[in-house]
Design a protein around this ligand. Sequence first.
Ligand SMILES: [Zn+2]
Ligand SMILES: [Zn+2]
Length: 289
Amino acid sequence: MSACLQDTLSPLVRGRGKNRFPLCDLHVHTHFSCDSEAAIEAMCRQAVALGLRQIAFTEHVDFVPADVGFGFFQPVAYMAEISRCRELFGDQLTILAGVEIGEFHRFRSRADALLDAHRFDLVIGSLHWVKTVPVTAPFYSQPRPMDRAFGDYFHELQQMCSVGGFDIVGHLDVVKRNGFDTADQYNVLDFEEAVRSILDAIIRNGIALEINTSTLRGSPKQTSPGQAVVTWYRQMGGKLLTIGSDAHAPADLAVGWEMAVEMARAAGFAHLTSFSNRTPCALSLDGKW
Ligand SMILES: [Zn+2]
Ligand SMILES: [Zn+2]
C-alpha cells in the first residue's frame, strides 16, 4: 500500500475539526531503540486510537562507540515486526519503516550499507554528538558559554547536512532539550547566520526539515526548531516539512501536533511531507479536515 495518501487523506479526516486529529507522526521509537521499552504493536494501537493515518518508526542507529545505542539496532527483527504489524493493522494505519541515524557524515559508508540492505521508507539524520560529547546531556552545555554550546553544534550539523544522504534533519536545535532552565536562555536569532547555512544545505540536498515536538515536553517548552527557523526555511524556498513527536512511549505519540500544524501554516506551508520507499510525497493541509 502506498504511503502517499494525498488524494484520499482529506476526505478521511474532513469534518473532524481543524487540526483536531493528527494525520501522521514521523518520528517514533520503540524497544528496537536502546532508550525505549514500547512495543511497535502498542504504538500502532495508540496511533489508531488517536486517529493517525500514518506512523513512522525511526529507531536509533548509532555508530559512535561510546553511545549507549552502539550496536543495539537489529534490522532483520525490526523489519519482521513491521511486517507483522502491517498485516495486523491492515488499511487502518500506514506503517512506515525508518531509522534515525546519528552523525551520518562521520559514518557514511556504514550508514549506506545498512540502507542498501533493507527497504526503509525514510531516514532521519540527527546530530547527537559534537566531537566526544553527547549534545543532549546537561554537561554538554553547562561548562561552556552559550555561543560555544550552540555554535559548535550548528557548525558540525552544517557539515552533516552538506554531506547529505538522509531524508530528514532531526530536531535542528536539540541542544536546548536539556541543560537550560528556561527557553529564554537560548535565542535562535543569535545564531541566524549559522542556521541559515544549515537550511541552505538541506534545501540544496533535498532534505526535509522536521518540527520535533519532544522539546515541548521539557524545559524549553518550544518545538525544535521553533517558528523563526520554519519561517526562514520556507522563505528560502524549502518545501519539505515533517512533524514528529520523538515519542518513546505511547502516551507521547503525536503530542504537540496541533501547535506544529499551526506553525507550518504560519510559515506559509500548504502541505506536510511524508515518505514511501525514501521518496517524498505531499500531505495536504488544505484546511478541510
Ligand atoms: Zn534524536
Ligand atoms: Zn528520536
